[in-house]
Design a protein around this ligand. Structure first.
Ligand code: SF4
Length: 391
């Protein structure tokens, strides 16, 4: 897509601030359950990617004119961003700092695989401005880790956590996964115990899913692997909430928990309908009410940028009511919910939507309290059903 086409849609004043997501599309190997756009790490591909990313950062900052919008969160995700060296990650960050207005108190998050960081790299990253680390722990059971990703151990995660603290990271999140085939409540409790013992400031606990596009999807489709048991997942989700609450963590979103004051600002942006720009292949953006996404192919991504074009392969300018609907659906993922006035406003203008909303209340999936609408406990369990009904 040419710069001029996108420019027509972007209005600086409709974005009081911005979050920037950077997709680093490399991993050591592809996990069976993964449906993200990633490829096996190869040095030659990395340099081409970094060159493309530099061009993309420059185009958005200078040519599209986003350089004056305060960027209050940066999120390096993937893939495994820490497959890049600390020096390369710092270079990308510096480049963004050059072409965007990153605020002094911005949240700068980095996803890290525990086996790809050491004391020296973390020290460099922390000293050059990264202030939040999200470690993909998945489990604290070595057998389960082997089953999930074929690598890493409980000890590797504990060591990464120690290195991170020594490097000065105070805001550390752990990603965990529950409800995969064969997972039990006993084993999940042991992982939660080991997690709590490390006292991370933030936890993301994701139910294991079989996503289309993953290796696992084909195996489940052909009956060679059992799908996850939904009843077990619902029990483990309930257990997670109770366990972490007792340990002092606040659940602020369906899958996310934090110590007071450590909610992930970048991810809150997605659920609160705020603007974000995605950089890198397959990344998604929502700016000025326009949703657009990059091509999920590294070679095409690099080629478009060499030709001074944006690597966007789809764009949708949402109508006002569509934006309002999305804001409510994403907002309901948070435990605070959405303002009752927001719901009332849309209900008055869309009778069909209002009917769907009332039906969910009658089913006990939504509740109105103190000026907000939020999911009930049952609603949290059936959050996907609620989303489908309201979108
Ligand atoms: S799950 Fe994470 S580590 Fe595994 S392939 Fe996907 S992005 Fe890479």
């Amino acid at each position: 897509m040419t710069i001029d086409v996108l420019k027509k849609y972007i209005h600086q004043q409709s974005n009081p601030n911005l979050g920037v997501y950077i997709h680093i599309p490399f991993c050591r190997v592809r996990c069976q359950f993964c449906a993200f756009y990633v490829q096996t790490f190869r040095e030659k591909k990395v340099q081409a990617f970094l060159d493309g990313l530099d061009r993309e950062i420059h185009l958005y900052g200078r040519e599209i004119g986003l350089e004056n919008i305060p960027v209050t969160s940066l999120y390096f995700g993937g893939g495994t961003p820490t497959m890049l060296s600390a020096r390369q990650l710092v270079q990308v960050f510096d480049e963004i700092n050059t072409w965007f207005d990153v605020t002094a108190d911005a949240e700068i998050s980095l996803e890290a695989h525990p086996g790809t960081v050491d004391q020296q790299s973390l020290h460099m990253l922390r000293s050059r401005g990264f202030n939040r680390l999200s470690i993909g722990a998945q489990s604290f059971d070595d057998q389960e880790l082997l089953q999930l990703s074929g690598r890493s151990t409980r000890r590797t995660t504990q060591t990464a956590m120690e290195f991170a603290r020594q490097a000065g990271f105070e805001n550390i999140s752990l990603d965990l996964m529950y409800g995969f085939p064969g997972h039990t409540a006993d084993s999940w409790e042991q992982t939660l115990d080991a997690t709590i013992a490390l006292a991370p400031t933030h936890l993301s606990c994701y139910a294991f899913t079989v996503e289309e596009g993953s290796h696992l999807y084909d195996k489940v489709k052909h009956g060679t692997v059992c799908p996850p048991d939904e009843a077990v997942q619902a029990r483990l989700a309930m257990l997670t909430g109770e366990y972490l609450k007792a340990a002092g963590y606040e659940q602020y979103e369906i899958s996310n928990f934090c110590q007071s004051g450590f909610a992930c600002r970048h991810n809150l942006r997605y659920w609160q309908g705020e603007s974000y720009l995605g950089l890198g292949p397959s990344s998604q953006s929502f700016v000025s009410g326009v949703r657009f996404g990059n091509v999920a192919d590294l070679d095409s991504y690099c080629l478009a940028l060499i030709q001074k074009e944006l690597p966007i392969d789809h764009l949708e300018a949402l109508k006002t009511q569509e934006i309002q609907r999305e804001q409510i659906v994403f907002g309901l993922r948070t435990m605070r919910g959405v303002l009752r006035d927001q719901v009332g406003y849309l209900s008055e203008r869309d009778v069909g939507w209002a009917r769907a909303f009332s039906g969910l209340k009658v089913q006990g999936l939504l509740v109105e309290e103190e000026g907000y609408v939020r999911l009930t406990e049952k609603g949290i369990q059936f959050a996907d059903t609620v989303a489908v009904a309201l979108i």
